[in-house]
Design a protein around this ligand. Structure first.
Ligand SMILES: [Zn+2]
Length: 212
């Protein structure tokens, strides 16, 4: 069967399962447990707009997860249907940042592409952060200054409380002569950010803000 789950949807489902399992351990009330199971199923089904019967059958099993072992089994099954971020090589990445002369390309060997909604890495030498992400189906590169914050805060991309920094980039609007500056607080660790991401909307908003 083809892939039909995005990485952020997978993270959402994983998070729902954690909550479901904690309810199983905290309540002995059958009715409450049952209500929670249906609620979890509904939330997960709502992520998708049109599932085939076969896909629905897989997703439906979320309500039957009762313990850690079943969770691991269910999630590993789901993982087989997660879209993978297209693995990029050094050349692909360099092409996304044509103006950067000495681009610090991250080590690509250990990247789990299947867990990514975007690729982000830091060049601490130049205090820059680089992001490769999709906008309306096109892969693009965004380069910005990154200034780590002293305190943790909410990341604009994953919406979690994390070690963040101010990412600023300048964009050229057609109507203006001089580029304008745009910025937002995002996770320092983009790998962690991807693991936190449970919806694509904030990432899309961020990309839009930083490019137009
Ligand atoms: Zn984040």
């Amino acid at each position: 069967m083809e892939s039909f789950i995005r990485a952020d949807q997978y993270n959402f489902i994983k998070d729902q399962i954690t909550t479901l399992l904690s309810t199983h351990t905290s309540t002995h009330d059958q009715a409450v447990a049952h209500a929670f199971k249906s609620m979890t199923r509904e939330k997960v089904i709502d992520l998708f707009s049109d599932l085939s019967n076969e896909q629905k059958e897989i997703i439906d099993q979320v309500q039957d997860v009762k313990d850690e072992t079943e969770a691991i089994f269910f999630l590993s099954r789901l993982k087989q249907h997660v879209f993978t971020f297209p693995p990029l090589n050094e050349q692909n990445i360099k092409r996304l940042f044509p103006k950067v002369k000495k681009l610090e390309v991250p080590s690509l060997r250990n990247i789990e592409w299947g867990t990514l909604s975007y690729l982000g890495w830091n060049d601490s030498g130049s205090n820059q952060k680089f992001i490769a992400a999709y906008k309306n189906g096109d892969l693009l590169g965004i380069q910005g200054n990154f200034k780590p914050s002293r305190q943790s805060g909410i990341c604009a991309i994953c919406k979690e409380h994390e070690e963040v920094g101010m990412f600023t980039t300048s964009i050229k609007l057609n109507t203006l002569e001089t580029p304008i500056s745009r910025g937002n607080y995002i996770c320092k660790d983009s790998h962690r950010c991807n693991e936190n991401l449970k919806s694509l909307q904030p990432l899309d908003n961020f990309i839009k803000l930083m490019t137009e």
